[in-house]
Design a protein around this ligand. Sequence first.
Ligand SMILES: Nc1ncnc2c1ncn2[C@@H]1O[C@H](COP(=O)(O)OP(=O)(O)OP(=O)(O)O)[C@@H](O)[C@H]1O
Ligand SMILES: [Mg+2]
Length: 359
Amino acid sequence: MTDEPMDIDTPASSAAPANAMAALMAAAKDKGKGKASEDGGVEKYRPNTLDDVVSHKDITTTIEKFIDAGRLPHLLLYGPPGTGKTSTVLALARRLYGPAYKKHILELNASDDRGIDVVRDQIKSFAMTKVLFSKGFKLVILDEADMMTQAAQAALRRVIETHTKNVRFCILCNYVNKITPAIQSRCTRFRFMPLPEKEVRRKVDEVVEKEGVNLTDDGRVALLKLSKGDMRRALNVLQACHAAYDTVDKTAVYTCTGNPHPEDIERVVKSMLSDEFGTAYNLITTLKVERGLALQDLISGTYDFLQTVDLPTQSRVFLLDHLGSCEHRLSLGGSEKMQLTALLGAFKIAVELSQKKAK
Ligand SMILES: Nc1ncnc2c1ncn2[C@@H]1O[C@H](COP(=O)(O)OP(=O)(O)OP(=O)(O)O)[C@@H](O)[C@H]1O
Ligand SMILES: [Mg+2]
């Protein structure tokens, strides 16, 4: 899959500068409307309070109940990127300690070293010391904890137990299976689902109004579709498009993110299904060069498009299997040319299969 978040690519064939983001920013400055970017974009709209966290109401109300009862357990928050885990914990810290919350927390993320030494020294000494004049506990926030080594996690087990009186641990990660079961069992787990489109739309509309973005209806639909429940991606793409274009429409959104346009995908799939091998091959290679598309993008686009095409089950299963294999081989470094021909071959056989069925 090539749905790397927030990749802001321009087509490779265009004579754009190597750093597309820099170009976008420059364009924004020219127009004198780089405000959102100067203010930090996504960070500017990070929720401050638990109430501001969009969706996940069940989680935020439960956490508030814990706080009100003075019984906050160790927390393990997990789920896909851009769904509000870090924001929730920071809002929790603000709620517990007020604006000067930084004194009461130790925040470590993937950019900090978090090997076994850090657990032994930094975390332990933070856990043992008390902040003067404050009662209760302090927070240790371990962000992106799935990147911690097994040894560090093992060392953490005992630290969590022995210092429960003085500190609470908030462990955040994308992949919960990378956290050892022993740590999982010491925490109360909350899963952050991808955000529903409705909620992302509400936030996007709010930002659009505040920043004065000229977002068209089809642009909004494309933005929500591409963000797939990741609020950070939605806001980042919106910011990049706003910086680069006066009107943010569907084309702007797809061009800005380097994703293939749905019309192009439709052309490609139709050609693979009905044109002769050579014609389809030429069309796809030309399109790839013109638009700067990678075969991987075409494959994921084709996958989405195939859901809307009426095909006999046998052909569909055959095609899906081959799409999967091609993607896998590409990810292992297979040549684009060879995989494209393999994919075309698969389409031809799928068409034959469907004709056999019809006879
Ligand atoms: N539930 C949400 N409500 C409001 N804004 C959100 C929400 N989730 C994400 N955002 C927006 O996305 C940005 C990133 O969110 P956050 O850092 O909390 O994500 P995360 O879940 O910690 O992601 P990662 O797993 O990548 O660390 C925030 O600054 C905010 O603007
Ligand atoms: Mg985070």
